[in-house]
Design a protein around this ligand. Structure first.
Ligand code: NAP
Ligand code: MG
Length: 479
């Protein structure tokens, strides 16, 4: 794998300016390689190649053939699972077992959308006598994909799977902090025989390659996952060119525990839903809301579990790895320091394993008790292994609290009462609600996306195919 090249029109080439960026392993802080630093000139070539592919062989390909290519890529990913797992763990710092899950998930994305490619059909509509109306679902054309560093491989499948299945030609700009798996996955895609220009990959900086891609006048849709701040810039670019965008911008998702819940089962899931990927998950369950009558007892159990959490380098395969970068480490530690200054008590803290390198970007998993409802720990996305516990009085207070952030991505509700399960599911303003469970990261089949500042549009499942297609109404007057 020559990671310093970009992939345009079926060819690996050097970026126009020949420049590179250093890649660093979060577990050690050491340099592990270099990637291409693509710029506007490269993006322009990639968009042109995608347009030619869309108007040429790729655009003409039968749905069943497109589906076969996607399915073959899914198979190829599984054949290379060990290598991809090691690469993803090294590049992101995530524990090996999680990296392996991610690689299985990216294979599943291509299997799922490979199978779906020829099952996406239009409709007919009853209209006036003498008319026949068809709704065709057509690909949008050239799609732009900008993804973050937290799940590079999974994001590759989540965004490209439905776009390609629907027949779009894609240009992907992965995150500069972690994109080695995306480069390798693109190589595998080339090996299974996607036509030239169907998939184009241009690594580089957000302000350079990313901005050039989102503002390119010849793209037809932008799919973006990342921070709300960059989400605004993406929407401005989309507005300039009158193109739609699908945005996933993170969350502050609640896990809500009522007194009648199965506490033992809830605790395991609540902890996993937060520490998975060291808290760097858009759908992390980063607030635990606990009914006041069981608050103390539940916190004692939760604290006991939290104290046993360990963070360490990816190859130790512990509960948490490092966070992605020095900048992210300082950002997360900043939240901890401000909480201390505001006298918010730490209920329990896990440990950074003694064998961890001095150079790695570690943060101890931390549980805060009695976080005030207006504090930043209760409202803002930390994107680190930090859990805020907040008591509530009754069901209506739980609903108010659950909805009391700018975000609305997912939620977990723990209760044995069937009627309450349904009331909570309806009242919570989030794209996914789990009853007696929590689904951070998983569920390729399940539509996923935000309310409020968590974004708009839906990814995963068949819903994503709707986003990457557009309805065309054809009216026949046959008399
Ligand atoms: P980010 O800056 O929003 O990055 C997401 C993607 O957008 C990356 O590929 C990035 O490129 C690109 N980008 C950055 N500036 C751009 C621009 N002006 N135009 C077009 N693309 C641009 O997120 P981040 O800096 O990695 O993380 C910051 C915070 O965002 C995190 O602490 C977390 O709170 C949140 N976040 C959320 C998610 C999520 O899944 N919802 C994921 C990651 C981060 P480069 O990174 O290569 O510059
Ligand atoms: Mg960035």
């Amino acid at each position: 794998m020559n990671s310093t090249q970009i992939f345009i029109n079926g060819q690996w080439v050097s970026p126009a300016n020949g420049r590179v960026l250093d890649m660093v392993a979060p577990s050690t802080g050491e340099k592990i390689g270099t990637i291409a630093r693509g710029t506007a000139a490269d993006i322009d070539m990639a968009v042109k190649a995608a347009r030619r592919a869309f108007e040429g062989p790729w655009g003409q390909m039968a749905a069943v053939e497109r589906g076969r290519l996607l399915s073959r890529l899914g198979q190829k990913i599984l054949e290379n699972e060990d290598e991809l797992t090691a690469l993803e763990a090294l590049d992101t710092g995530k524990a090996l077992k999680l990296a392996r899950n991610d690689i299985k998930a990216v294979a599943r994305y291509f299997e799922f959308y490979g199978g779906a490619a020829d099952k996406l059909h239009g409709e007919t509509i009853p209209f006036l006598n003498g008319y026949q109306v068809m709704i065709l679902r057509e690909p949008r054309g050239v799609t732009a994909h900008i993804i973050p560093w937290n799940y590079p491989a999974q994001m590759f499948g989540r965004t490209l799977g439905p776009a390609l299945a629907a027949g779009n030609a894609a240009v992907l700009k992965p995150a500069e902090e972690a994109c080695l798996s995306c480069i390798r996955l693109t190589e595998l895609a080339a090996e299974v025989g996607f036509p030239d220009g169907a998939i184009n990959l241009v690594p580089g900086l957000g302000e350079e390659a990313g901005a050039a891609l989102s503002s390119h006048p010849d793209i037809d849709l932008i799919s973006f996952t990342g921070s709300p701040e960059v989400g605004i810039l993406i929407q401005k670019s989309a507005a300039e060119n009158h193109v739609p965008c699908v945005l996933e911008l993170g969350g502050k998702s609640p896990q809500i525990v009522f007194a009648d819940a199965d506490h033992g089962k809830a605790i395991e899931t609540i902890v996993a839903a937060l520490v998975q990927n060291t808290g760097q998950t858009c759908s992390a369950g980063s607030r635990v809301l606990i009914e006041r009558s069981i608050y103390d007892q539940f916190m004692t159990q939760l604290s006991r579990r939290f104290k046993n959490l360990r963070a360490g380098p990816h190859e130790m395969d512990l509960d948490c790895g490092p966070v992605i970068s020095r900048v992210q480490q300082e950002r997360v530690l900043g939240f901890l320091e401000r909480a201390r200054a505001d006298n918010i008590e730490i209920a329990a803290q896990g440990e950074v394993h003694a064998a961890s390198s001095d150079g790695g970007y570690f943060v101890p998993p931390t549980l805060f008790r009695l976080v005030p409802r207006d504090h930043e720990l209760a409202r803002e996305e930390v994107f680190g292994p930090v859990l805020a516990a907040i008591p509530f009085d009754d069901e209506s207070d739980a609903i108010r609290l659950a909805n009391d952030t700018d975000f609305g991505l997912i939620a977990g509700v723990w209760t044995d009462s069937g009627a309450r399960q349904m009331r909570m599911a309806k009242a919570i303003r989030a794209g996914q609600v789990y009853i007696n469970g929590y689904g951070a990261g998983g569920g390729i089949e399940l539509p996923f996306g935000g309310f409020k500042k968590s974004g708009h549009g839906r990814e995963k499942g068949f819903e994503a195919l709707r986003e990457f297609t557009v309805a065309k109404t054809v009216v026949f007057n046959h008399g």
